[in-house]
Design a protein around this ligand. Structure first.
Ligand code: BGC
Length: 936
C-alpha cells in the first residue's frame, strides 16, 4: 500500500464506511448532533439530530422514527427518554430533526438513540446510543479569569533571529480527594493554548481556539478529562503562544499584535464526584507563570525550542514553582465566548522520507513525497547546546537545495537546541508550514529515515470522497486536490499554507467550496467560517477580500465578495442545511442591496470599483464589468432561490425580477448580435453560460464561441480562478463533454496534467508556477498549494463517477457516468448526508458495466450510455424486471433506470463509445440541458 492509499484508508476511518456493506434490516447508524459524533460542549440549545439508515436490501425506506433522549445512559437503556421522547413520528426524514425536549441547561449530558420503521412499518432495533453535552451557555457560567504573563514581552530581545517573544507557561495545583464521577475542562485563549493535566496534554487538537475576529468572539472547546484526575495533588497547566492573536499575519512584517499583545488563557475544570459534590478549578490570579524551553512560537516564522531549558515536571504535582511569578490578568479584548462550531485541527497522516540528499555540505534535504501542511517530528542526538535548524520548502532548486524564495517573509524555520541526553524527539506545536522538502542542518550524523517524519495537520473534516480510475494521472490529480485542500483547511479556508499570507480569501473559498464538499464533510467547517465571513461584512453590505478580516481590504469585489452568498447556498445544497441558510439570509440580502445600490440605474457597474478580475488567467483578461454583472446576476439568483427555500415568496419574486433585469442589462451592454461577449475570453462565455445569462440562439452562439476560444489555444484553457471554476461544468452542460475530457487529459501547458508531469503533488496557484523554459515564476506570488484550480474535482465526481444530487441533500440522486472511451474503469464514492453512494464502472470491448450503490431512503436515476433497454441487464436479469427498479425509459437516446436504494449491477452491451469513431470535436452523446443553478 503506498502512502496515499494508506492515508486515505486512515482518513476513511473518520466517517461511515464507503463500502456497500450494510445491515440486512433497515438500521439507523452514524448518529450525529449538530453534524458531529458525540460532541462535547454544545451551545446550540435547539440542536439538530441526524442519522443515516442502512440496509443491504433494495428499495428500503424509513417511514417513521422515534427518538429518545435521556439524562443518563441507564435511563436510555430502559428505553425511556426523560428529556425527550418523540413517540412514533411518521416521517422519512433522517436529518435536521430539531430537538424539542426539556430545556437544555449548561453542562447537561444528553444520551440518545433512535428507532426507525421500514416501508412495511416494521421497527428496527434501537440504534447504538449516542450523546452530546452542553457547554457553558452564559457568561455567568465562567468563573475563570483571563490570565497570562506579560513581563516576557518587556524584556523581549531574547528571541533568536526575529526577536519573537517566548511562549508562556502557566500552572496551578489543587487537591482532589474523592472518587471522580466526571471531569470536564472548558478551554479558550487569546493566542493559542495547549492545556496539560498531571503531566499530559489533555487533547490532540492543535491551534486552539482557532482564528476568529477576537474583538467580537472567541471559541472554547470542551474536553472530558475524567481519567486524568488523580487522588491527592493535581496540576493543571498551559502553554500559550502568539498564534493569530498576536503573531505575524499576512505580508505585513512590520506589525504583529493584530488583535492584542497580551496572551491569555481562560480555562475551567469541573470535577464531579461520585457523591454528587462538585469542584471547579478556574484560571485566576492565584496561578503562577514562567517562560520555558519554547523560546519562539509563531505560525509563519516557526518555533525555537531550547531543550536545555526544559522544566521537568512543570505540569505535574511536586514541581517546585517557587521561581515562577504571579500571572497577569485582564484582557486586550472582550469577545463573546462561544463553543467552537467546527472541527479541531488534528494530525491526520505521517509521511516518511522518500529520499535524503546532501546537496550542500552539512545541509541534508529530506523529500517527504507529498506537499502538506504541518510540522516534522525529529529524532536526533547532539551535544548540549547543539543547534539543529529545520527549514521547509515546497520545491527544490535546480541544484537540489530547497527553494524558499516563494515563502516571502515567512521564515518557516524551526530550531531545536539539544540538551545532549541520548535520542531527543521533538515536534513543534504552535506553528505549521506548507512543504514537501525539509532542509536540515546542524546534525551530528547523517539523517536516516527515522530522523525526520512529516506530520500532516488539517481541520479534521471527515473524509467523504473516493476517486480511482484507470488513468494514473487523474488519480494523482485527485490526490493533489485532496492534499491541497487539507493543507489549506486550517480552522479557516486559506489561500496557501507556506508564505506570509495564509488568509481566508473569499474568492478562493467560493470557487472551491463545492469541490471541497466532495472530498470531505465540510459542513461544520463552513458553518464556522461563514460566521467569520459575516463578522467581516461591511456595514453597507459588502463582503471583504478575506475573513477573518485583517491585512487585506474590506471590499472583496466581484467573485470574491460573492462568497457571502455562494458559500451558504452551497452548504445548503449539499447538506440541506436550511438553518444555516436562514442564519445568513439577511446578510446575503444586504449584499445584494449593496450591489444594487452601487450599480447604475440600469444595473451596470459604477465607474469605479475594485475587482481582482479573472485572477491568474493566461493572457486572457476578462473585462471587470463582465465579471461584475455576471456575478451580481448569479448572487441575485441564488438569493432568490434561498428566499424560496425559506418560504419568503415575495422576496423570491423580487430577486427573480432583479435577476431578469440584470440579465437584460448584461445582454444589452456586453453581448453582440453574433453572440460574442465583450472581452471574448473563455471566461466571458463560461460565466454567461454558467449563470444562465444568455438564452436561445445566443446561448448556442456563446457555446460555439467558447469552443472556438479553446480550439484557438490548441485545445487548452486560458482561464484564471474565476473561469476555471465553471469551465468544465459548462462544457458538459453545452454538450461538449469531449472537450472537457481533452482539457482534463492534457499534459501540455497549461493544464492540470502539465503540473503533474512536472512532479506536482498539489494544486499550484498559477498554471505557470514552474515551466521548463522559465523555471519558477515570480517568487513574489508563487504558491504550490492553492486550491482554486482544484475546483475541477467537482466535474470529475459529477461526470467520471457521474454522481450528482437532484435538489438539495442527495435525497434524489443521479448516477450518470460519462465514459470517454479512454478511461476504462472508475470507482467514485461519496459519503452524502444521507449515506454512501458508489459508482463503479468498467468498459470491456463493447460492454459497459456499472455497479451503483444508493443509500437507503433515497432514489436514483441511473443514466446508462446505451440506447436500447434491451441491451441492459441488472444482475443478469432484464433490467425492467429487476427488484428495486421502478422504471425504465429512454431520454435523449439514453436508457434511464429509476431505482430505489441498494446495490445494482448493470451490464450494457453495445455501449455508446464517444471515441469509437475518432473524437468528434464538439459532439456529445448527452444533449445539452437547460442549465439551472439549482442543479449545480
Ligand atoms: C491570494 C489569492 C487571492 C488573491 C486575490 C492572492 O495573494 O493568494 O488566493 O485570491 O490574492 O488577489
Amino acid at each position: 500500500m503506498d502512502v496515499i492509499t494508506l492515508v486515505t484508508a486512515l482518513l476513511i476511518g473518520f466517517s461511515p464506511s464507503l463500502s456497500d456493506s450494510g445491515a440486512r434490516e433497515l438500521a439507523p447508524a452514524y448518529l450525529r448532533c449538530e453534524y458531529r459524533v458525540d460532541p462535547l460542549g454544545m451551545d446550540e440549545t435547539s440542536p439538530r439530530l441526524s442519522w443515516i439508515v442502512e440496509s443491504d436490501r433494495r428499495n428500503q425506506k424509513q417511514t417513521a422514527y422515534r427518538i429518545l433522549v435521556a439524562s443518563s445512559p441507564g435511563i436510555l437503556s430502559e428505553d425511556r427518554g426523560d428529556l425527550w421522547d418523540t413517540g412514533r413520528v411518521e416521517s422519512g426524514e433522517t436529518i435536521n430533526i430539531i430537538y424539542e425536549g426539556e430545556r437544555l441547561e449548561s453542562r447537561m449530558r444528553c444520551y440518545w438513540k433512535v428507532q426507525v420503521r421500514d416501508g412495511e412499518g416494521r421497527p428496527s432495533s434501537w440504534s447504538e446510543p449516542a450523546f452530546w453535552s452542553m457547554g457553558l451557555l452564559g457568561e455567568s457560567d465562567w468563573q475563570a479569569d483571563w490570565i497570562g504573563y506579560d513581563r516576557p514581552r518587556e524584556v523581549e530581545p531574547e528571541g533568536e533571529v526575529l526577536n519573537l517573544p517566548p511562549a508562556r507557561y502557566v500552572r496551578t495545583t489543587f487537591r482532589s480527594g474523592k472518587p471522580v464521577h466526571r471531569a470536564t475542562a472548558y478551554v479558550t485563549a487569546l493566542g493559542l493554548c495547549d492545556v496539560y493535566l498531571n503531566g499530559a496534554r489533555i487533547s490532540e487538537d492543535y491551534f486552539n481556539p482557532g482564528w476568529t475576529d477576537y474583538a467580537k468572539r472567541v471559541y472554547y472547546r470542551t474536553y472530558d478529562v475524567t481519567g486524568m484526575i488523580r487522588s491527592g495533588e493535581n496540576t493543571m497547566g498551559a502553554v500559550l503562544a502568539d498564534g493569530w492573536f498576536s503573531g505575524y499575519l499576512g505580508w505585513r512584517q512590520d506589525i504583529r499584535d493584530h488583535y492584542g499583545s497580551r496572551l491569555r488563557l481562560r480555562a475551567q475544570l469541573h470535577i464531579e464526584y461520585t457523591d454528587g459534590s462538585e469542584e471547579v478549578i478556574a484560571s485566576g490570579p492565584d496561578w503562577k507563570a514562567a517562560t520555558g524551553p519554547l523560546r519562539e512560537a509563531d505560525l509563519y516564522m516557526g518555533e525555537a525550542y531550547d531543550a536545555r531549558l526544559e522544566m521537568e515536571g512543570w505540569d505535574s504535582p511536586g514541581f517546585d514553582d517557587a521561581g515562577w511569578e504571579v500571572v497577569d490578568t485582564g484582557a486586550d479584548v472582550e469577545p463573546s465566548v462561544q463553543a467552537h462550531p467546527g472541527p479541531p485541527v488534528r494530525a491526520v497522516a505521517e509521511f516518511t522520507p522518500v529520499s535524503i540528499t546532501e546537496p550542500r555540505q552539512g545541509e541534508y534535504v529530506v523529500d517527504l513525497g507529498q506537499i502538506f501542511s504541518g510540522v516534522v517530528r525529529i529524532s536526533v542526538r547532539g551535544r548540549p547546546g547543539q543547534e539543529i535548524t529545520i527549514r521547509h520548502a515546497e520545491r527544490l532548486n535546480p541544484d537540489g537545495t530547497i527553494y524558499t524564495a516563494n515563502l516571502r517573509g515567512a521564515r518557516a524555520t524551526d530550531y531545536y537546541i539539544c540538551k545532549g541526553d541520548g535520542v531527543e524527539t521533538w515536534t513543534p506545536r504552535f506553528t505549521f508550514h506548507g512543504f514537501q522538502y525539509v532542509g536540515i542542518t546542524g546534525l551530528s550524523e547523517p539523517p536516516t529515515s527515522g530522523t525526520v517524519t512529516g506530520i500532516a495537520l488539517t481541520s479534521a473534516t471527515p473524509l467523504a470522497g473516493r476517486f480511482e480510475c484507470s488513468e494514473q494521472m487523474l488519480n494523482r490529480l485527485h490526490q493533489n486536490v485532496y492534499w491541497t485542500q487539507a493543507a489549506n483547511f486550517i480552522d479557516i479556508p486559506t489561500d496557501c499554507p507556506q508564505r506570509d499570507e495564509r488568509l481566508g480569501w473569499t474568492g478562493d473559498a467560493q470557487v472551491y467550496v463545492r469541490a471541497a464538499a466532495m472530498n470531505s464533510d465540510v459542513q461544520t467547517f463552513f458553518t464556522k467560517w461563514l460566521v467569520d465571513l459575516e463578522d467581516a461584512q461591511r456595514a453597507d453590505g459588502q463582503f471583504p477580500t478575506v475573513a477573518p478580516l485583517k491585512i487585506s481590504g474590506n471590499d472583496g469585489g466581484p467573485a470574491w465578495a460573492d462568497a457571502g452568498v455562494i458559500c451558504p447556498w452551497t452548504i445548503y445544497e449539499v447538506y440541506e442545511d436550511k438553518r444555516l441558510l436562514a442564519r445568513h439570509y439577511d446578510s446575503m440580502k444586504r449584499f445584494i442591496e449593496f450591489c444594487k445600490g452601487r450599480s447604475t440605474p440600469d444595473l451596470l457597474p459604477p465607474e469605479d470599483f475594485h475587482a481582482f478580475g479573472d485572477w491568474l488567467n493566461i493572457q486572457a483578461d476578462t473585462p471587470r464589468e463582465v465579471i461584475y454583472t455576471a456575478y451580481f446576476a448569479y448572487s441575485t439568483k441564488l438569493t432568490a432561490m434561498a428566499a424560496e427555500v425559506l418560504g419568503r415568496t415575495s422576496e423570491a419574486a423580487e430577486y427573480n425580477t432583479l435577476f431578469e433585469r440584470i440579465r437584460s442589462a448584461f445582454n444589452r451592454a456586453y453581448v453582440l448580435e453574433d453572440g460574442r461577449i465583450l472581452g471574448d475570453t473563455q471566461t466571458c462565455y463560461v460565466l454567461a453560460l454558467a449563470f444562465d445569462l444568455v438564452e436561445g440562439d445566443r446561448r448556442e452562439q456563446a457555446a460555439e464561441h467558447l469552443i472556438s476560444r479553446i480550439r484557438e489555444r490548441d485545445w487548452h484553457l486560458s482561464t484564471g480562478f474565476v473561469g476555471t471554476k465553471d469551465l468544465m461544468l459548462v462544457l458538459t452542460e453545452i454538450g461538449a463533454t469531449d472537450v472537457a475530457y481533452r482539457l482534463l487529459h492534457n499534459d501540455t501547458f497549461p493544464s492540470w496534467g502539465f503540473t503533474i508531469k512536472h512532479g506536482a503533488t498539489s494544486i499550484w496557484e498559477r498554471w505557470d508556477g514552474w515551466t521548463p523554459e522559465n523555471g519558477f515564476q515570480d517568487p513574489g506570488m508563487n504558491s504550490f498549494a492553492h486550491y482554486s484550480f482544484g475546483a475541477v474535482y467537482q466535474w470529475m465526481v459529477e461526470n467520471i463517477g457521474g454522481i450528482r444530487t437532484d435538489g438539495p441533500g442527495y435525497r434524489n440522486i443521479t448516477i450518470a457516468p460519462r465514459p470517454d472511451g479512454r478511461i476504462t474503469w472508475a470507482r467514485v464514492g461519496y459519503n452524502s448526508i444521507r449515506g454512501s453512494i458508489l459508482s463503479l464502472w468498467r468498459t470491456e470491448g463493447r460492454t459497459f458495466s456499472l455497479d451503483v450503490t444508493i443509500p437507503a431512503n433515497t432514489t436514483a436515476r441511473v443514466v446508462l450510455p446505451v440506447a436500447d433497454p434491451g441491451d441492459v441487464t441488472e444482475s443478469g436479469m432484464a433490467v425492467g424486471e429487476a427488484e428495486g427498479v421502478e422504471g425504465v425509459s429512454v431520454e435523449d437516446g439514453r436508457v434511464i433506470v429509476t431505482v430505489g436504494s441498494g446495490t445494482y449491477h448493470f451490464a450494457c452491451t453495445e455501449w455508446i463509445n464517444p471515441s469509437a469513431n475518432g473524437v468528434n470535436e464538439t459532439a456529445n452523446p448527452y444533449k445539452a440541458r437547460h442549465l439551472s443553478p439549482v442543479k449545480r
